[in-house]
Design a protein around this ligand. Structure first.
Ligand SMILES: Nc1ncnc2c1ncn2[C@@H]1O[C@H](COP(=O)(O)OP(=O)(O)OP(=O)(O)O)[C@@H](O)[C@H]1O
Length: 242
C-alpha cells in the first residue's frame, strides 16, 4: 500500500512536558483513521505537527515523500477542518468561499458538493458573525473539501452538526476514502466514527498506545461497535477512557 504520511520518532515538548513522546506511524492511501485519546493526550499537537503549525523537537514527518520541515508546498494537498473555524466576521458565507477559492490558481475544478448539500447556497448572504455553531461548522467542512486534496485532516468535524448534516458529511468522507484519499479524523463521539473508520490510533499522555485496523480490533475484542471495542481494550490495559 502507498504510504501518504510517515511519522518517525516524533517528540514534542512544551518546556519539560512531553506532549508527544517518540511517535512513529505510517498512514496509507484510502484509510479512514480515527485519532483517539483522552483530553490532553496529544491529538491536536499531532495534527498541528502534520500541518506544520507546531515544530517538533525530534523526529520527522514526511507527507507524500516531502519532509514537512523543508517545504510548505505539501500543505496544498491537505484539506484541514479545524475544531473551531475562525473567519472574518463581516464577510458573508459566499465571500468566504469565494475568497478561499480565488487563492487557488485553477478554481474551475472546485468540489462544491458539500456547500450545496448543506444548503449553504440558500444562506450565502449571511454574515459569518451571525451564523450558528453548526452552520459555521458546515462552512469549515465545505472549505476543507473544496479542492479535492489527497489528505483530509478533520478535527472534531461532527461537533455541532445536526443528524442530517452529520450523515451528509459521513457520506462524503466515505466517498473520498473510496477514491483513495486518506482521512485523519478526531472525535470524542465514537458513534459518529462507526462504519466510517478503517483504523484507530490511540494516544495517551503523548504516547502511542495502539495503531490497528478496526478489523483486527474487532477480532481481538469480539466487539463490533467502536465504543465497545475501545472500552474493552482500555479495561484490559488499564488505560483512561476517551
Ligand atoms: N502551546 C502549548 N503550550 C504548552 N502546553 C501545551 C501547548 N499546546 C498543548 N499543550 C499541552 O499538551 C498536551 C496535549 O494537548 P493537545 O491539545 O494535543 O491534547 P488533545 O488530545 O488534542 O486534547 P483534547 O481532547 O482536549 O482536544 C496538553 O497537556 C496541553 O496542555
Amino acid at each position: 500500500m502507498e504510504i501518504m504520511i510517515r511519522i518517525e520518532k516524533l517528540t514534542k515538548s512544551f518546556g519539560k512536558f512531553k506532549a508527544l513522546d517518540n511517535i512513529s506511524l505510517h498512514l496509507e492511501k484510502g484509510q479512514a483513521v480515527s485519532l483517539l485519546g483522552p483530553n490532553g493526550s496529544g491529538k491536536t499537537t499531532l495534527i498541528k505537527s502534520i500541518l506544520g503549525l507546531v515544530v517538533p523537537g525530534k523526529g520527522s514527518i514526511t507527507i507524500n515523500g516531502r519532509l514537512v520541515s523543508k517545504d510548505e508546498s505539501y500543505r496544498a494537498g491537505i484539506g484541514y477542518m479545524p475544531q473551531i473555524g475562525r473567519y472574518p466576521d463581516n464577510m458573508t458565507i459566499e465571500q468566504v468561499i469565494r475568497m478561499v477559492r480565488d487563492i487557488r490558481k485553477d478554481p474551475a475544478d472546485c468540489d462544491e458538493e458539500l456547500y450545496f448539500r448543506f444548503g449553504l447556497n440558500k444562506v450565502r448572504h449571511k454574515k459569518m458573525r451571525t451564523l450558528s455553531g453548526g452552520t459555521r461548522q458546515k462552512v469549515s467542512a465545505s472549505l476543507a473539501f473544496l479542492f479535492s486534496p489527497d489528505i483530509y485532516i478533520l478535527d472534531e468535524p461532527t461537533a455541532g452538526l445536526d443528524p442530517v448534516a452529520n450523515e451528509i458529511l459521513k457520506d462524503k468522507i466515505a466517498a473520498e476514502c473510496a477514491r483513495g484519499k486518506l482521512v485523519l479524523i478526531t472525535s470524542h463521539v465514537l458513534s459518529d466514527l462507526d462504519g466510517l473508520t478503517s483504523h484507530i490510533i490511540y494516544l495517551q499522555d503523548g504516547r502511542l498506545m495502539f495503531h490497528e485496523s478496526v478489523e483486527q480490533l474487532q477480532a481481538r475484542t469480539g466487539e463490533r461497535k467502536l465504543n465497545k471495542i475501545i472500552a474493552s481494550i482500555l479495561e484490559k490495559q488499564n488505560l483512561i477512557t476517551c
